[in-house]
Design a protein around this ligand. Structure first.
Ligand code: CMP
Length: 138
């Protein structure tokens, strides 16, 4: 079990002004920010990041949305980070997310769901490496 996960604050939450509240919550929940940057994905880069979903019917919509605005990408550290962070953000569909979770509080819809959280230790490593070099992770 790794103690790191990867997250993005997605364009909907950025545009709606929730980035500060989301980062504050993440820190208050005991995650250490290992690395963090604000950036914007091109459609090509968003497509690459979500390549695992390329056969899904929502892939085009997902790529368009994720390249539609500024995002924040971050690597987070806490014991049992992947599972702990997924509990904090709640279900993919905000309508199904528990009260008090980040998606319940800040997400717009299934597609525009405020935050990303890695689903496995292996993907956390891959996704973190997509955005950050070894020099940025300490
Ligand atoms: P995330 O888990 O961050 O990465 C994959 C994303 O695909 C997921 O968040 C959702 O935002 C999105 N997604 C999943 N299912 C659907 C769907 N049925 N329609 C639109 N987007 C979806």
């Amino acid at each position: 079990m790794s103690n790191r996960t990867f997250t993005m604050i997605k364009p909907d939450a950025m545009k709606n002004g929730h980035a500060g509240a989301i980062l504050d919550r993440i820190i208050k929940e005991g995650f250490r920010i290992v690395a963090l940057k604000q950036t914007k994905l091109s459609a090509e880069k968003a497509g690459e990041f979500y390549a695992v979903h390329s056969a899904r019917p929502f892939y085009g919509e997902l790529v368009e949305f994720m390249s539609s605005g500024i995002i924040i990408a971050a690597i987070l550290e806490k014991e049992n980070a992947v599972a702990s962070f997924r509990t904090l953000i709640g279900a993919t569909d905000p309508a199904k997310a528990d009260e008090g979770t980040i998606r319940k509080m800040y997400a717009t819809s299934l597609g525009e769901n405020a935050v990303h959280g890695s689903d496995s230790d292996e993907n956390a490593e891959i996704e973190g490496n997509f955005f950050f070099s070894g020099l940025e992770k300490f």
